[in-house]
Ligand binder design. Structure first.
Ligand code: GDP
Length: 440
């Protein structure tokens, strides 16, 4: 399925590598219990229990390696759905390396990135969106993002998909039943009833999509592109916003030739700021490339900040349908007549209001529900499902043959199955689980 062997016993350090209070080594698979039994100087604890004891390894003569706490989770009541043993050892890379070596000798193999979670998914403990939520929770860099990931781990997206699928399955059954009676030309269910079912399914799917952008922003960070003519102070503002001296500030116009980006948390939300090459009428060739990148960054932005300064006029990127915020920089030199927000990268004045305004812009359209999707993968699958539903609905209105309509319902179901991972696609699994850390 994914290229990894399945059904064998895997092990890895579950805590980050390095020195610390404890390090946890996790073992999962049919031989987990047996392999650890041979190393532990006491009888292993019962399911769901912990036991303190000593790990003895052969070197080749037996030597005590560490005093540890062993936890045992019997299948199917474990993270992976298999037998899982977790050994909490002292937090030393040397001990962990020796312990893993002993486990390999006992017959376990090193786990691949995300393989524990992959097994949880393959064993039906969680669906694909819940597995993604595990990865999101680990990499969350704001409290809000972590909370959203926690919610998704409860399976809200899967449940919302199941509700839609149940409706579509009913429509499919109606269509297939009527196909059986095609000779008699009977209508077993009224068109109105079918339309009301498909409308419910479409409504549910639309609700899942409604907060997609807000939810994606929560997961990926809000992308804010700083634009404006050269020398208005974009790099200075960028540095001030991220609180570091990353971008080069220079008084010669056109010093930021590429797009720089950095993330920072404002009011519990993660923001990613992009400092772009200046946009102006007559750039040199290298800067031209930078400007092209600025435009690409602006098109992928959640917010565009248009900067002007009292000594350099602004430009407008009005053709892009993205929320924009107009600010005037260098207000330490006087900004009495500005129509935008007044800031000074030099003194820091106006930055509190600027950050507040950025937060306001993204907090406005929070329509998040438990089933709100948050990845492009989800969006594409759901969009396919929705268009199947809409085509099927139109088919009902146009009185198309049941066979053709049934095909649309099947397409919609396939898209939902892909979203939740009921349909297991090897490439997809590799790309999702490959991004996990080892030991998760
Ligand atoms: P960019 O080309 O738009 O990225 O502009 P820079 O950030 O490189 O700044 C251009 C020049 O304006 C530099 O000499 C900065 O020191 C100066 N500058 C930037 N922000 C301010 C400000 O708030 N007040 C004043 N007085 N000068 C500023």
């Amino acid at each position: 399925m994914t290229g990894y062997p399945e059904g064998d016993t895997i092990c890895a350090e579950a805590t980050p590598r390095g020195r610390g209070g404890i390090s946890v080594v996790r073992i999962s698979g049919p031989d987990a219990w047996g392999i650890v039994s041979l190393l532990f100087d006491r009888k292993l604890p019962g399911p769901g229990m912990l036991k303190f004891g000593r790990i003895i390894v052969s070197d080749p003569d037996p030597i005590p390696l560490d005093d540890v706490v062993v936890a045992y989770f019997a299948n199917p009541h474990s993270y992976t759905g298999e037998d899982v043993v977790e050994i909490s050892a002292h937090g030393s890379p040397v001990i962990v390396a020796e312990l893993l070596e002993a486990l390999y000798k006992g017959g376990a193999r090193p786990a691949e990135p995300g393989e524990f979670t992959l097994r949880a998914y393959l064993n039906g403990r969680i669906d694909l969106t819940q597995a993604e939520a595990v990865s999101d929770l680990i990499s969350a860099s704001s409290k809000e993002a972590a909370q959203a990931a926690m919610k998704q781990m409860d399976g809200g997206i899967g449940k919302a998909c199941e509700e839609i699928a149940a409706l579509v399955e009913r429509l499919l059954i109606f269509a297939e039943l009527e196909l059986d009676f095609v000779e008699e030309d009977v209508e077993l269910t009224s068109r109105e009833e079918k339309l009301s079912i498909v409308d419910r399914a479409i409504g549910n799917a639309e609700r899942m999509v409604a907060g997609y952008q807000a939810s994606r922003r929560l997961r990926e960070g809000v992308k804010v592109v700083l634009t404006g003519a050269p020398n208005v102070g974009k790099s200075s503002i960028y540095n001030k916003l991220i609180g570091e001296e990353r971008a080069i500030v220079h008084s010669t116009p056109g010093t930021t030739r590429d797009v720089l980006s950095a993330k920072t948390v404002i009011g519990g939300m993660e923001f990613e700021f992009f400092d772009t090459a200046g946009l102006r009428g007559n750039p040199d060739e290298i800067e031209d490339e930078g400007i092209a990148r600025a435009l690409i960054a602006a098109k992928n932005a959640d917010i565009i900040v248009e900067i002007e300064s009292i000594d350099f006029p602004g430009f407008s990127s009005a053709s892009l349908e993205i929320p924009r915020l107009k600010i005037t920089n260098k207000c330490d030199l006087g900004c009495e007549t500005t129509d935008g927000m007044a800031v000074s990268a030099k003194t820091g004045s106006g930055f509190y209001d600027l950050k507040k305004e950025l937060l306001n812009i993204v907090k406005e359209d929070n329509k998040l529900t438990d089933g709100t999707i948050n990845r492009e993968r989800h969006y594409r699958a759901l969009a396919r499902g929705l268009s199947g539903l809409r085509r099927g609905r139109q088919g009902l209105i146009d009185n198309l043959p049941d066979e053709m309509i049934a095909e649309e319902w099947r397409d919609a179901l396939a898209a939902l199955d892909e979203l939740t991972g009921k349909k297991k696609l090897a490439n997809l699994l590799v790309s999702i689980f490959g991004q996990f850390c080892i030991g998760k």
